[in-house]
Design a protein around this ligand. Structure first.
Ligand code: PAF
Length: 283
């Protein structure tokens, strides 16, 4: 009988837990994370608890999704604090494997993703990032034997990449996207917000405001290209350097075409000092 939270470090221990639950006919939800948990992650946990009998949260700062010069070494880590938050949130197990458990000696296989992964958004600035994400997520799905998995819409391109991968590889996991949780001033919650100086933190919500203004302009009939160009100009005046701010087809992330009638997503990445923020909204 399982009570309280179990901290699991190995695949073998995780598989044993999952088998025990499945033998009892119970479903498992996985919430994959890299730790440094905030309210946004806890919202994913709450959704997972609503959808499955048992919830596993993985905490693994995945080296293969960081490029050279990115923040792998400095990425915030607080396993004890994370476990405390997850215990309070009613999680059954935390899977926090060491790197060798995910990438043992001789590891030689990578999931290579295209489609939404090569849309020219995050992928244009973080080469190889989505192959690293897809590889670790495929492994976490297999290791946890989860029935459902919950990802935040804040990483919208990642969510579409994982949906595509799951469908293409016939992975028996139902992928759920959870709405972005925001600070009261609109800034999307992110572990990387911790990098912002107090002054940058005050400026940061301008990214969300710029997306909202562009979305209203498009709804009012402005061309998406023009609305995005205006948003980028406005962000520049507030001190952001924008990597991209674009309107795309919501599912495939392909560029909008003249005959496209479906839902539109606005996606942006912009740098404030040394911090790179991403955000997105539906139009
Ligand atoms: O979104 C994240 O935190 C990571 O990309 C994920 C999905 C946990 C894979 O490492």
């Amino acid at each position: 009988m399982e009570t309280g939270l179990q901290l699991v470090r190995t695949r073998a221990a995780l598989s044993a837990l999952a088998k025990g639950w499945h033998d009892l006919g119970r479903t498992i939800a996985l919430v994959p994370t890299m730790g440094a948990l905030h309210e946004g992650h806890l919202a994913l946990v709450h959704l997972a608890r609503e959808r499955a009998a048992h919830v596993v949260v993985s905490i693994f700062v995945n080296p293969t999704q960081f490029g050279p010069g990115e923040d792998l070494q400095s990425y915030p880590r607080d396993l004890q604090g994370d476990v405390d938050k997850l215990r309070a949130a009613g999680v059954d197990a935390v899977y926090a494997p060491p790197v060798e458990e995910i990438y043992p000696a001789g590891f030689a296989t990578t999931v290579h993703v295209e489609g939404p992964a090569t849309a020219g958004l995050e992928d244009a600035f973080r080469p190889g990032h989505f192959d690293g994400v897809a590889t670790v997520v495929a492994k976490l799905f297999a290791q946890s034997a989860c029935d459902i998995a919950v990802f935040g819409q804040k990483d919208y391109q990642q969510l579409q990449v994982i949906r595509r991968m799951s469908a293409d590889l016939d992975l028996p996991v139902h992928v759920i996207g959870a709405p972005t949780i925001r600070e009261t001033d609109g800034l999307a919650m992110s572990s990387r917000n911790a990098y912002l100086s107090p002054q940058e933190r005050k400026t940061a919500p301008a990214l969300h405001r710029a997306l909202q203004a562009a979305a209203s302009a498009i709804r009012a009939g402005r061309s998406p290209q023009r609305a995005c160009a205006e948003a980028i100009k406005g962000l520049k005046m507030t001190g952001f350097a924008t990597d991209y701010l674009q309107a795309r087809q919501a599912a495939s992330l392909a560029p909008l075409t003249a005959d496209y009638q479906g839902p539109i997503r606005l996606l942006a990445a912009a740098r404030l000092g040394r911090t790179r923020l991403i955000d997105n909204i539906a139009v």
